[in-house]
Design a protein around this ligand. Sequence first.
Ligand SMILES: *[C@@H]1O[C@H](CO)[C@@H](O)[C@H](O)[C@H]1NC(C)=O
Ligand SMILES: *[C@@H]1O[C@H](CO)[C@@H](O)[C@H](O)[C@H]1NC(C)=O
Ligand SMILES: *[C@@H]1O[C@H](CO)[C@@H](O)[C@H](O)[C@H]1NC(C)=O
Ligand SMILES: *[C@@H]1O[C@H](CO)[C@@H](O)[C@H](O)[C@H]1NC(C)=O
Ligand SMILES: *[C@@H]1O[C@H](CO)[C@@H](O)[C@H](O)[C@H]1NC(C)=O
Ligand SMILES: *[C@@H]1O[C@H](CO)[C@@H](O)[C@H](O)[C@H]1NC(C)=O
Ligand SMILES: *[C@@H]1O[C@H](CO)[C@@H](O)[C@H](O)[C@H]1NC(C)=O
Ligand SMILES: *[C@@H]1O[C@H](CO)[C@@H](O)[C@H](O)[C@H]1NC(C)=O
Ligand SMILES: *[C@@H]1O[C@H](CO)[C@@H](O)[C@H](O)[C@H]1NC(C)=O
Ligand SMILES: *[C@@H]1O[C@H](CO)[C@@H](O)[C@H](O)[C@H]1NC(C)=O
Ligand SMILES: *[C@@H]1O[C@H](CO)[C@@H](O)[C@H](O)[C@H]1NC(C)=O
Ligand SMILES: *[C@@H]1O[C@H](CO)[C@@H](O)[C@H](O)[C@H]1NC(C)=O
Length: 466
Amino acid sequence: MRRPLTLVDVLLVLALFSCSSWIVRGSSLCKQTSLGETRPHSVSITEFGAVGDGVTLNTKAFQNAIFYINSFEDKGGAKLFVPAGRWLTGSFDLISHVTLWLDQDAIILGSTNSDDWPVVDPLPSYGRGRELPGGRHKSLIYGHNLTDVIITGDNGTIDGQGSIWWGWFSNRTLNYTRPHLVELMNSTGVIISNLTFVNSPFWTIHPVYCSQVNIQNVTILAPFDSPNTDGIDPDSSDNVCIEDCYISTGDDLISIKSGWDEYGISYALPSTNIIIHRLIGESNSSAGIAIGSEMSGGVSEIHAENLQFFNSHTGIRMKTSPGRGGYMRNIYVSNMTLTDVTFAIRFTGLYGEHPDEFYDPDAVPIVERITFKDVKGEKIKHAGLLEGIKGDNFVKICLSNVTLNVSSRFPWNCSYVQGYSDLVFPETCEALKERIYPEHSSDCYQLPSYLSSLSNQQRVYRWLSW
Ligand SMILES: *[C@@H]1O[C@H](CO)[C@@H](O)[C@H](O)[C@H]1NC(C)=O
Ligand SMILES: *[C@@H]1O[C@H](CO)[C@@H](O)[C@H](O)[C@H]1NC(C)=O
Ligand SMILES: *[C@@H]1O[C@H](CO)[C@@H](O)[C@H](O)[C@H]1NC(C)=O
Ligand SMILES: *[C@@H]1O[C@H](CO)[C@@H](O)[C@H](O)[C@H]1NC(C)=O
Ligand SMILES: *[C@@H]1O[C@H](CO)[C@@H](O)[C@H](O)[C@H]1NC(C)=O
Ligand SMILES: *[C@@H]1O[C@H](CO)[C@@H](O)[C@H](O)[C@H]1NC(C)=O
Ligand SMILES: *[C@@H]1O[C@H](CO)[C@@H](O)[C@H](O)[C@H]1NC(C)=O
Ligand SMILES: *[C@@H]1O[C@H](CO)[C@@H](O)[C@H](O)[C@H]1NC(C)=O
Ligand SMILES: *[C@@H]1O[C@H](CO)[C@@H](O)[C@H](O)[C@H]1NC(C)=O
Ligand SMILES: *[C@@H]1O[C@H](CO)[C@@H](O)[C@H](O)[C@H]1NC(C)=O
Ligand SMILES: *[C@@H]1O[C@H](CO)[C@@H](O)[C@H](O)[C@H]1NC(C)=O
Ligand SMILES: *[C@@H]1O[C@H](CO)[C@@H](O)[C@H](O)[C@H]1NC(C)=O
C-alpha cells in the first residue's frame, strides 16, 4: 500500500516541525495598536503654571493642561511633556489621543493628603470597594471611556508616595478603599512603556474593562512589606500584552482578575487573550503571576513565557473559591526559571474573601486546561501545593518537563485535581501521574499534538529513513 516518498511529503513533515516550535524569539510580540507615537502637537506642564519643587501642588496645572489638549482631540491629539523636576499632584484624568511623556529625571509625586484623591463609585464587577464597603479613592492617573492613550517617556518616574496609605491601612483609619497609581477603565488602545512606577498606595497599574493594552519595558517597585502593592492587574480586559518588565513589590507581580462573586458573575466580562513575555521579578510574600482570586467573569487564553522569578513566595498561583463562579481555563506557562521560591506552583480552591453575605456558595468555578512546560527551579521548598475544590476537581492540569530542586520531603501535595505529566522531577503526585503522550496531548492546552510530539518525531524520522 505504501507509495514512495515525494518532495511534498518531506516538505509537509518539515512544515509540521516548524509549526511546533511556537515560541517566538526576539523582538516585541505586543502588536502596536496606537497611531499616537508622534503627536502633531506638544505642550509642557510648565506652560500651565506647574512648579517642580516637590512641594507645590500641581493638580490644577495637570487638569488645565489636559483641558487645553482636549482641543486637539480631532487633530491627532497632543503630547503633555513633563520635564525634569518633582511634580506633586493629586488625581487627574487623562483624555483620548493624549501622550503623557515623562523626561528622564521627571518624577510625578502623589499627594500625601487623601483629600487630593477624590472618592469614586465602586466597580460594578466588584459591587463595593475591594477593601471597604462603598466607594474608593480615584487613582493618581485615571482614564475612563478613552481610546489611544500613551503613558511613556525616557524612564521618568511616577511615585505614589504610598507609605502614608500603607500606614492608614495598617492602623485602620482608611474610610475608603485605597487608590491605584494608574487606572484606565473601559478604554481601548493603551500603551504604558519606558517608565518606572514606585510606591503605589494599592495595586500599581489597573486596566479594567479595557482592550488592546500594551505594557512594555516598565520597572515597578515597592517595598516587600507594603500591603497589596500588586504590579499589574489586568481586570476584565482582553488583548493585553505585557513584556520586558521588571517588577518587585509587596504583593503579586502580575495578577489577572475579572470581578468578585455575584457582582463579577452578573457583570460577566472576562479577562482573555493575555500575553506575558520576559517578566523578571521578586515577590517575597506573594506570586510572580497570580490568577484570581477575583475571577468571577472568567479568565482564559493566558500565555506566559520566559519568566524569571527569584526570592519569591510562589511562582504561579491560582486562587478561587466557591461563590466565585466563572472559570480559569486555557492557561499556558512555559520557560519559567525559579530561584529561591517557597512554592513553585500553588492552586487554592478555598481562598474565601467574599464581598458580602449574598454570594452563592453553589457557584463553583471551572478550572481546567492549565499547562506548565519547561520549568526549572533551584532552592525550591515545595514543588506544588495543588488544592482543588471537593466535588469540583480542577482538571487537565498538565506538567511537561518540570525539573525542580526541592528541599521538602513531600514535594507535591495534590487534592481534588486531575491531570497528566511527562518528564517531571521530583516525581509528581498520583493525580497527575498519567502520561501526556501519546493519548492525552489533546487534553492539554497548547501542547504539540501527537504528530509533532517528541516521541513521534522519532517515528517520523524512522518513517522518512525507511
Ligand atoms: C463612560 O461611558 C458611560 C456610557 O456611555 C457613561 O455612562 C459614563 O458616564 C462615562 N464615563 C465617563 C467618565 O466619561
Ligand atoms: C527601555 O526603556 C529605556 C528607557 O526607559 C530605553 O532606554 C530602552 O531603549 C528601552 N528598551 C526597549 C526594549 O524598549
Ligand atoms: C529606569 O529607572 C529605574 C529606577 O531608577 C532603574 O531601576 C531601571 O534600571 C531604569 N531602566 C532602564 C531601562 O534604564
Ligand atoms: C495612622 O497612620 C497614619 C499614616 O501613616 C499616621 O499619620 C497616623 O499618625 C497613624 N495614626 C495612628 C492612630 O497611629
Ligand atoms: C477619614 O475620615 C475622617 C473623618 O472625616 C478624617 O478625619 C480622616 O482624615 C479620614 N481618613 C483618611 C485616610 O482620609
Ligand atoms: C463603556 O463604554 C461603552 C461604550 O462606550 C458603554 O456602553 C459602557 O456603558 C461603558 N461602561 C462603563 C463601565 O463605563
Ligand atoms: C522605548 O524607548 C525606546 C528608546 O527610546 C524606543 O525605541 C521604544 O520605541 C520605546 N518603546 C515604547 C513601547 O514606547
Ligand atoms: C520579606 O521581606 C521583608 C521585608 O524586607 C522581611 O521582613 C521578610 O522576612 C521577608 N520574608 C521572607 C519570607 O523572606
Ligand atoms: C527562556 O527564557 C530565558 C529568559 O528567562 C531566555 O533567555 C531564553 O531564551 C528562553 N528560551 C527560549 C527557548 O525561548
Ligand atoms: C526542558 O526545559 C529546559 C528549560 O527548563 C530546556 O532547556 C530543555 O530543552 C527542555 N527539555 C525538553 C526535552 O524539552
Ligand atoms: C540541589 O541543590 C543542592 C544544594 O544546592 C545540591 O547539592 C544538589 O546537588 C541539587 N540537586 C540536584 C538534583 O540538582
Ligand atoms: C498537604 O497539604 C495539606 C494542607 O493542604 C496538609 O494538611 C498536609 O499535611 C500536606 N501533606 C503533606 C504530605 O505535606
